[in-house]
Write a protein that binds this ligand. Sequence first.
Ligand code: ADP
Length: 326
Amino acid sequence: MTKKVTKIGVLTSGGDAPGMNAAVRAVVRTGIYHGLEVYGVMRGYSGMIDDDIFRMESRSVANIIQRGGTILKTARSKEFNDAEGRKKAYDNLKKRGIDGLVVVGGDGSFRGAQRFSNEYDIPCIGIPGTIDKDIAGSDFTIGFDTAVNTAIEAIDKIRDTADAHDRLFIVEVMGRDAGYIALHSGIATGAENIFIPETKTDIEELVSSLMEKEKRSKLVNLVVVAEGDEFGANEIAKVVKERMPTLDARVCILGHIQRGGSPSCIDRVIASRMGYHAVECLMVGRHNVMVGILNNKMNYIPLDKAVKAKQRINPEWMKIVKILAS
Ligand code: ADP
């Protein structure tokens, strides 16, 4: 028989993502609805180790659903990689009687949660909070939609100036291991080429296609590159400039604006649904699963599977990019 949870903790960990606050709000209010005591843990696993843990009430999460970032703050904790750090974290939860944990974060945070719950008797439920969408078992991760919309807004503006000057713009967007932000923002802004970590980057092919376009007097071109691409925007620009010295090529690295801002409707709604279901999971005795949404239905996948099995890029998407950019 599974033990009924009575006190739960919630934390946000790893890279921040817009919509994390909406998830925290949902966890807190669903927990209180079920009569649980809910505790907020500051700065991810660091707060668990440093005992920065506080009781949350319904009002603690008032007026945050629309705010980017995370009121619980986030951090990367080296100490949590060590058995000693995890023991300290456990002791701090245990002394308050916390018997369930909700972790909002990315694959690293899930690896940590998996390890922690293998060692100790505290079930962990993961909520995918990452702008990169580099997690399996969910069509959505919290923050991706907002980030990609921020990227689109910026790229649209870049396109205006590229158009005025007949320039090639190479725009680098976020995505260390996954090219989803590049793929979506590139398709949505009509990019000529998209370079992502999942596929081979052929700069020679880009140069040939730019030369061919130059012959047709197509001078405004946009290339979107994921930060985790094997070359990156600066290297691609360098090679293109060497091969086509007359081409006016510029690089723009969008950077951290993609992490900030008020979460989109989609991110607020999925965060609310996932937060609600994470608490439901703890109530029915599930443990060490990630709450995802697949085909608009809740999907529960073991934390280690969510981390290991990355989503695959459908090759048809790259074909679509090529055809539509001609
Ligand atoms: P994200 O969750 O966004 O992928 P990170 O990869 O930085 O972010 O992971 C967040 C935190 O999770 C790390 O700082 C560390 O404390 C913890 N973590 C990651 N991997 C492990 C692991 N193998 N064992 C224990 N803790 C881990």
